[in-house]
Design a protein around this ligand. Structure first.
Ligand code: ZN
Length: 420
């Protein structure tokens, strides 16, 4: 296997749409470390987010470096070129040291028949009864099944190999961490599929350290997990078993672990995840992004006055453009239009009413997940306000930062590693 920059056991991906919360986010990592839950901070921003906001990938590096300097953070930290592809990676290469190679678009497109045959011939160990430690029922995989999975995923893995090699040529193999993401696709990958995918990734000589499968259930933006928690727990445990097995069998990096995308706010699965990670002594990468932008709105609303006013303006505009804003996110949000209050109603709200509706506190009777999801996908409204929005964040920095830190530390890091 090639040389690579090694990633720590537990890592926490933090997106920051407007680039203002780096210190508040890192502060959460400091607090967690003080309690013995050490997360390696990773700042992530996708090409799509950069395009919507009008920023360059170098700005994320600058933000991360500044936060680390300001807080005197001495441990490793990384900057993730999130969901990049061959056509988008180049401007990310210099400022990033973590690359999330997104090959979801190639899933389902068949690789060359000769490559599929060569893959199946090379891997007789995948055919028949495959016993994996800590999985009760051995996998029964036929040759036809390996062929089917190869036809579905081999081209995607070959694409990942091309993008990986492209980054190696530009940056040097020892200077970055590689993630492969397959989450933005229609159907979840089963644990046996994950095993076959990992065999193919090892064939490509990609020193994979995190893999983001699509898990069973819905990972909606900024709200709790929707699905069968028991089934999720079973598959998450099996995925961990498959990864431990594939590391030994295929010589993948010992640091290889799952990456959970749209990992923020999935409160009902954190406890099952924590149990499974403990059982396997496994690490994990949790990727979050929009949850921090929602804390900015919460902070502004809590501040009252002009802060509350701008939060209300953003909602009013989003409410008028529901269909337009929601369309690109149809598969990752579930908004009940009947639950969306009119702008007139919201405009009459106090700070407390606005914050209750938006903050992810399921015990609060005012909490409104439809309201929260609509605002989650409406960050373009704030981007359009330009300096007015940024100035409001600066003016109300203390209250915004407190919300950003509390959200990551109390609602995410603590339950994930320490239990609630
Ligand atoms: Zn993703």
């Amino acid at each position: 296997m090639n040389h690579y920059l090694s990633l720590g056991k537990f890592s926490f991906g933090m997106g920051d749409r407007f680039g203002q919360q780096g210190r508040a986010q890192l502060r959460a990592c400091v607090l967690a470390t003080e309690l013995g839950a050490h997360f390696v901070p990773v700042w992530n921003k996708s090409n799509r987010e950069h395009s919507f906001i009008g920023t360059e990938p170098s700005s994320l590096r600058a933000e991360a470096d500044a936060a680390v300097q300001a807080l005197g953070w001495k441990s490793p930290y990384h900057v993730d070129a999130d969901h990049i592809r061959l056509e988008t990676v180049d401007r990310f290469i210099a400022p990033s040291d973590f690359f999330t190679i997104d090959v979801a678009d190639s899933i389902g497109k068949p690789a060359a028949a000769v490559d599929v045959k060569a893959f199946v011939d090379r891997h007789p160990e995948l055919i028949g009864t495959v016993s994996i430690p800590h999985i009760d029922q051995p996998f029964a995989i036929s040759r036809a099944e390996v062929e089917r999975v190869a036809n579905k995923f081999l081209l995607a893995v070959q694409d990942a190999g091309k993008i990986y090699q492209h980054i190696v040529r530009a940056k040097g193999e020892e200077h970055f961490i590689t993630e492969v993401s397959m989450d933005e696709t229609d159907s979840p990958q089963t644990p046996p599929e994950l095993l076959i995918i990992l065999a193919a990734i090892a064939d490509q000589k990609i020193p994979l350290q995190t893999i983001a499968p699509k898990f069973t259930g819905r990972f909606n933006k900024g709200v709790d997990y929707v699905g069968d928690v028991k089934q999720f727990e079973k598959e998450f445990n099996e995925d961990l078993a498959v990864i431990a097995y594939a590391i030994r069998k295929y010589g993948l990096p010992p640091s290889l672990k799952l990456s959970v995308h749209s990992g923020s706010d999935k409160f009902s699965i954190y406890e099952p995840m924590r149990r499974a990670l403990k059982k396997f002594d496994a690490g994990v990468h949790i990727k979050t992004a929009g949850t921090t932008w929602l804390e900015e709105i919460i902070g502004l609303a809590e501040a009252g006055g002009d802060g509350l006013e701008i939060a209300k303006e953003i909602y009013a505009y989003a409410r008028e453009h529901v269909d337009e804003f929601c369309a690109p996110y149809a598969s990752v949000i579930d908004i009940d239009p009947a639950q969306l209050p009119t702008a007139a109603v919201v405009n009459a709200w106090s700070s407390e009413q606005f914050v209750s509706a938006l903050r992810h506190d399921q015990k609060n009777p005012g909490y409104n997940p439809s309201f929260r999801q609509l605002l989650h996908v409406s960050f373009k409204v704030a981007a359009k306000k330009g300096d007015r929005y940024l100035n409001a964040l600066k003016k109300h920095e203390a209250v915004v930062a407190r919300n950003v830190t509390d959200n990551l530390f109390e609602r995410h890091m603590k339950p994930l590693l320490l239990g609630s």
